[in-house]
Design a protein around this ligand. Structure first.
Ligand SMILES: [Fe+2]
Length: 265
């Protein structure tokens, strides 16, 4: 389980990487599913892609077993200070090697909060689990992040009467459109296979180029406190509503409480 110190690290840095009880067999099975679902060559055009992902529409048993793991739910409850949590979104991403390429990354936030959202109980926010199915080193497309940047942005919003009124909603904002604040330097999130990085995408972060020789596998599972609603862009909202309904039928009967079918976007 996540320790008090690890939750504090999440609070102050915006990300913490912790061990999980997943076995190497479970990780290998999940990687095989990624390989099948996320081929490098685009099935229609044959074009080779560097980063292949899928949001929702995940029903493979090997991945469902991980998705509905009580461990991830319990960690989300602790971090969100919530008695109950439900799924927000789920994605799988495979970053293929680009040996010889220049290491690049493009920074952004996916959502922004006010300080009061972090301080509330439960927190009015989404927490993202980036589960790494193999080792992530500094060359293997690590997520880049600026520790503590989520708090700088939250204070900035809290102090602006207009922004303080706006409810949090998912909306990508590139770094050049972020307020000019004294952010720390970007650092890579590295991890061992089977660890999970628990993080908020309200910190300044970026996907990066895989300049290593092996692919990088990320299984992203996000939670929010039950009965707290975060908006999504319309196209994603409709896809989420559809996926949630179908997913509920695929979960074990004792895990179906993880789906909130009252979410309206
Ligand atoms: Fe992002």
């Amino acid at each position: 389980m996540i320790t008090k110190e690890q939750v504090e690290q999440f609070d102050t840095q915006g990300a913490v990487t912790i061990d999980t009880p997943l076995t190497s067999d479970q990780l290998a099975a999940a990687r095989r599913v990624f390989d099948e679902l996320l081929p490098q060559a685009d099935p229609s055009s044959g074009e080779l892609r560097n980063r292949v992902g899928q949001t929702g529409n995940i029903f493979e048993q090997e991945l469902l077993d991980i998705l509905q793991s009580p461990f991830l739910e319990d960690v989300a409850k602790k971090v969100l200070r919530a008695e109950a949590v439900t799924f927000f979104q789920t994605a799988i991403i495979k970053a293929y090697p680009e040996p010889g390429a220049e290491f690049r990354f493009s920074e952004h936030t996916d959502i922004q909060y006010c300080s009061s959202d972090f301080e509330s109980i439960p927190r009015r926010m989404v927490c993202s689990h980036f589960l790494w199915l193999n080792d992530v080193n500094e060359k293997r497309a690590p997520m880049m992040h600026r520790p503590g940047s989520h708090l700088l942005i939250a204070r900035h919003r809290q102090n602006d009467p207009e922004l303080a009124k706006a409810p949090p909603a998912v909306k990508g904002t590139s770094k050049e459109h972020l307020p000019d604040l004294p952010y720390s330097e970007p650092v890579p999130v590295t991890a061992r296979a089977g660890q999970v990085s628990v993080l908020t995408t309200s910190m300044v972060h970026a996907g990066s180029t895989n300049v290593d020789k092996e692919p990088r596998y990320a299984f992203v599972i996000t939670f929010h406190p039950r009965n707290f609603y975060i908006g999504l862009p319309e196209s994603q909202a409709q896809a989420k509503i559809k996926y949630d309904r179908e997913l509920q039928e695929h979960l074990r009967s004792d895990r179906r409480h993880l789906i909130d079918t009252t979410w309206q976007g």
